[in-house]
Design a protein around this ligand. Structure first.
Ligand SMILES: Nc1ncnc2c1ncn2[C@@H]1O[C@H](COP(=O)(O)OP(=O)(O)OP(=O)(O)O)[C@@H](O)[C@H]1O
Ligand SMILES: [Mg+2]
Length: 363
C-alpha cells in the first residue's frame, strides 16, 4: 500500500520541486518575475512576502491552476509546466477551506479517493487514518457548518492528505483564524509534517509563522525571490534592506566603510564583523534585542552617543527609544530580567552591540 510504504520511510523519497525562471504577467503587471527555486523532497518551505508579492501566483503555477508565460516547473525531475492540475496529484489547501457544504467530514475527505476509484475497504481505511492524523476521528459525521474554522481547516488538510500526494501546497491556510488558534494549528501542521514527511510549500505573509515552521524561507517582493535561507539566517543575515526590514524589527544606521573600519554618521567607530569587500557607503543593520544602551562609557568601546528619549514596558521586555547626538533614532529591546541596570529617560548613553550581531548591507 502506497501510503503505508511512505509512512514507514521505506520508499524512494519523492516530492522534489524545481522552478526554473518562472514568469507570469497579468494585464500589463508582472506578478512573478524570474523565480527559480529548488525544493528537496520532504522539505518544509515558506513563501513569505507582503500582499501582492506573487506568493499565490507562484503556488498556483506549481499546482497547475495558472500557466506561466515562461519558465518551467519540475516534479521529481519531470517537467509538469503544462500538465493540468488534476494530473499533477498535488494536495492543495486554501485559506477559505473550500469544503463541500452538503458532505460530511468523512465524505469530504473520501471525495478525492472516490474520484480516483479507490475501493471501499481501502477508502474507509484511509479516511479513518487521515482523520486520526488531524484529530478529527470523532467528528467524521458532522457537516462543515457544524464545525469551527480551525476544525474545518483540519478537514481541508485531511482531504488533501487522503490521496497521499508527495507535495502539499498551502496558501495562507490559517489566515481566517484568530491568533491563538493560528498558533495552535501551526504547531499541529508542523507535527503532521514530521509524521508524514511530505514536501510542504506554505504561503504566508506572517513572518513569525514562516520562521517558526519552515526548514527554509523564501522571501518574495514584487514578484521576485529576494532571499532563500534557513529561518535563523533570514533573521540574522538578511541579504538586503527589504528582507532586513520585512522580517522582524531592525535599526538602520547609515555608515561609511573604509579599509575594515565602519564609521557612523558622526565619524564614530562602530562594531561590525561581516564587512563588504569594497569601501563605500553602506547601511548597518542591528536588531533591537542586540542594541545595548550603557551609561558607563569606556573610551575604547565603539558605539553611538546619545540619550534615552522614551521607555515602554511591554510585559516580557522594555523598549527604549534612543536619539543619537547626530540625530539617529534607534530602538533597544531589553528583557525584563535585569531591570535594575536599565538606563532611564534623559540618561546619556552609548548604543553598541557585539560585532557579530551587525549586518552591513550595501544595497
Ligand atoms: N487573476 C489576476 N488578474 C490580474 N492580476 C492578478 C491576478 N492574480 C494576481 N494578480 C496580481 O498579481 C500580483 C501578485 O498577486 P498574488 O496573488 O500572487 O500576490 P500574493 O503575494 O499572494 O498576495 P496576498 O498576500 O495579498 O495574497 C498582484 O499585483 C495582483 O494584483
Ligand atoms: Mg495570496
Amino acid at each position: 500500500m502506497l501510503m503505508k510504504a511512505r509512512a514507514s520511510g521505506t520508499d524512494v523519497k519523492t516530492g522534489g520541486i524545481a522552478l526554473h525562471n518562472l514568469r507570469k504577467r497579468y494585464a500589463g503587471a508582472v506578478a512573478v518575475d524570474d523565480v527559480s527555486l529548488s525544493i528537496s523532497p520532504g522539505e518544509f518551505i515558506s513563501l513569505l512576502g507582503p500582499s501582492g508579492s506573487g506568493k499565490t501566483t507562484t503556488l498556483m503555477m506549481i499546482a497547475g491552476f495558472e500557466m506561466p508565460d515562461s519558465g518551467q516547473v519540475l516534479l521529481d525531475d519531470k517537467e509538469i509546466t503544462r500538465l493540468p492540475a488534476h494530473r499533477r496529484e498535488l494536495g492543495v489547501i486554501f485559506q477559505n477551506y473550500a469544503l463541500f457544504p452538503h458532505m460530511t467530514v468523512a465524505e469530504n475527505v473520501a471525495y478525492p479517493l472516490r474520484m480516483r476509484r479507490v475501493g471501499k475497504a481501502e477508502l474507509e481505511l484511509r479516511v479513518r487514518r487521515v482523520l486520526e492524523q488531524v484529530h478529527l476521528d470523532s467528528l467524521a459525521s458532522r457537516y462543515p457548518h457544524q464545525m469551527s474554522g480551525g476544525q474545518q481547516q483540519r478537514v481541508a488538510i485531511a482531504r488533501a492528505l487522503a490521496f497521499d500526494p508527495p507535495v502539499l501546497l498551502l496558501d495562507e491556510p490559517l489566515g481566517a483564524l484568530d491568533k491563538k488558534l493560528r498558533h495552535h494549528l501551526r504547531n499541529e501542521i508542523k507535527t503532521l509534517h514530521k509524521q508524514v514527511g511530505k514536501t510542504m510549500i506554505y504561503v504566508t505573509h506572517d513572518q513569525d509563522e514562516a520562521l517558526a515552521m519552515s526548514d527554509r524561507v523564501a522571501v518574495m517582493h514584487e514578484g521576485r525571490i529576494r532571499q532563500v535561507s534557513a529561518p535563523q539566517d533570514i533573521y540574522r543575515r538578511p541579504a538586503d534592506l527589504f528582507v532586513a526590514g520585512f522580517v522582524g524589527e531592525v535599526n538602520l544606521i547609515p555608515v561609511k566603510f573604509t579599509s575594515g573600519v565602519v564609521q557612523g554618521p558622526a565619524g564614530e567607530r562602530l562594531p561590525a564583523a561581516h564587512c563588504p569587500a569594497v569601501d563605500g557607503d553602506a547601511t548597518l543593520c542591528v536588531r533591537p534585542e542586540h542594541l545595548r544602551l550603557e551609561r558607563a562609557i569606556s573610551p575604547n568601546s565603539g558605539g553611538v552617543r546619545g540619550r534615552v528619549t522614551d521607555m515602554m514596558f511591554v510585559g516580557d521586555a522594555t523598549i527604549l527609544e534612543f536619539r543619537s547626538d547626530s540625530g539617529l533614532q534607534l530602538t533597544s529591546k531589553v528583557l525584563n530580567i535585569s531591570a535594575d541596570c536599565m538606563p532611564g529617560i534623559g540618561d546619556a548613553c552609548v548604543a553598541s552591540w557585539a560585532a557579530n550581531d551587525a549586518t552591513i548591507l550595501t544595497q
